[in-house]
Design a protein. Structure first.
Length: 446
């Protein structure tokens, strides 16, 4: 009938397509710090299987109906140029230009990519997301017992609130997939006892009940504490203490993401308690509020240096606009406002002076801003001092201590990674072509 049977097509196809090599070996691909293994590809086919699928076992080629007959892909097309072939060549040219430039810099392509991160779920909508305090019903099983669209009253919330009965102190964090059970939730007295033990063991070298613990274990314990507070609707001074402690530990361990989660909830807690601090359970809840407001200002200054962060400096201005006269006179907030001014004016001398005198844990957040400040400062110095300048003078301006030999060498190594040229103890600015430091570590959230 002029058409190929399935068995004949296999032989014809083999004439056009060479066999795959033996790939029954495990291929290891190494990345930085990790080795990933891929499962071997099994190219062996059974006797009754073709390349494209199993054939009818025991069936004769003459008994196969016309609609079931098989033609290899592409063999029923005429040889020579077609429209699809021309499109394929054009597409290959496009890929060639991508290979030369690294990525497509076409304006329409870049706009299309940027569009993927707009709207709901994008970067800009992240700051509009409801906090745990405002969206507490999600953690209490609202979708299970009443439906997500039902408007709940205060009586409904009281009925939904879990009263924990668990007496176990330690509990690892697990994401809730169903309404919480009272026997698995710890009441506030048990949570308070566990928080006290965690604080004590952290200060004593992270030895908890005779066992050395790492930061991941402490982080899991604090997240479990926060979860038990949320499902029981405990938003009082004790909840503030839990979030403040977790935020400080996260800062100490350079876990900026976990710190951001804690400070976001602290803002909601401060706002809800403000004006009710004399009520039972809220005593002393706002004693550290100004300290964490100052941290939030520096944190937003850090984020404003990221071009992908759409909020920019507007978030800082919103906080400043809401500050009361009493808060503006607070030493913590005054320091953070000076940091913001130094970064805005690119005053690197003032910035490093403020870092040396930073109160509490502000210097941990200022460390995040240091790389961009140093890069900008080095550019300013190389433009201002020609043809050369003392290396010790530059290092002191960049926040290093040149009198310390180890710090002198590390600072000079950082300058060399930026493209600096040296001759003896001098930086040769006229021969220096600055670039971004190759030793920089990306610490942005976005």
């Amino acid at each position: 009938n002029g058409k190929l049977s399935r068995q004949d097509s296999n032989s014809v196809y083999n004439n056009f397509v060479p066999e795959r090599g033996n790939q029954n070996t495990v291929t290891s691909v190494s990345s930085v710090g990790k080795k990933r293994k891929f499962e071997p590809y099994n190219s062996t086919l059974s006797a009754n299987d073709s390349y494209y699928g199993p054939s009818s076992s025991g069936a004769d080629s003459s008994s196969i109906k016309a609609e079931d007959e098989y033609i290899p892909f592409g063999l029923d097309m005429p040889l020579g140029g077609t429209k699809s072939a021309k499109k394929k060549k054009q597409k290959q040219k496009g890929f060639a230009s991508l290979a030369e430039n690294g990525f497509d810099q076409d304006h329409s392509t870049l706009s299309e990519r940027a569009q993927r991160f707009r709207g709901e779920g994008g970067i800009s909508s992240a700051s509009k997301t409801k906090s745990t305090v405002a969206n507490v019903e999600k953690y209490m099983g609202k979708g299970v017992i009443g439906g997500s669209n039902q408007q709940l009253t205060e009586e409904d919330y009281v009925a939904m609130t879990v009263k924990g009965t668990c007496q176990v102190l330690e509990k690892h964090y697990l994401r809730l997939t169903s309404p919480p059970k009272a026997e698995l939730v710890r009441p506030q007295p048990i949570l308070a006892k566990h928080l006290k033990n965690l604080k004590k063991s952290w200060k004593k070298g992270r030895i908890h009940k005779g066992t050395q613990r790492d930061y991941n274990w402490y982080c899991s314990q604090f997240k479990a504490l926060r979860q038990d507070l949320t499902v029981q609707r405990i938003f009082n001074a004790f909840a503030v203490d839990v979030y403040e402690t977790h935020a400080k530990i996260a800062l100490e361990e350079d876990d900026i993401n976990e710190y951001n989660q804690s400070q976001t909830q602290l803002k909601e807690l401060y706002d809800s308690i403000n004006g009710h601090e004399n009520e039972e359970g809220n005593e002393g809840a706002l004693k550290n509020m100004n300290e964490f407001v100052s941290y939030r200002i520096i944190y937003y200054v850090f984020l404003s240096g990221n071009k992908k962060y759409e909020g920019g400096s507007s978030d800082v201005l919103k906080i400043i606009h809401k500050l009361s006269p009493e808060q503006r006179s607070d030493p913590f907030i005054q320091h953070s406002l000076l940091v913001r001014a130094a970064v805005a004016d690119n005053d690197y001398h003032k910035f490093f002076q403020l870092q040396d005198s930073a109160p509490n844990m502000s210097d941990y957040l200022m460390d995040k801003i240091v790389p961009s400040i140093r890069q900008s400062a080095l550019q300013t110095i190389c433009k201002a001092y020609r043809p050369s300048v003392s290396t010790s003078f530059v290092l002191r301006g960049l926040g290093f201590n040149p009198d310390d030999k180890q710090e002198y060498l590390s600072g000079k190594a950082w300058m060399e990674s930026c493209g600096c040229k040296f001759e003896g103890d001098n930086l040769i600015t006229k021969d220096t072509l600055l670039r971004e430091s190759s030793s920089a570590v990306k610490n942005s959230l976005i």
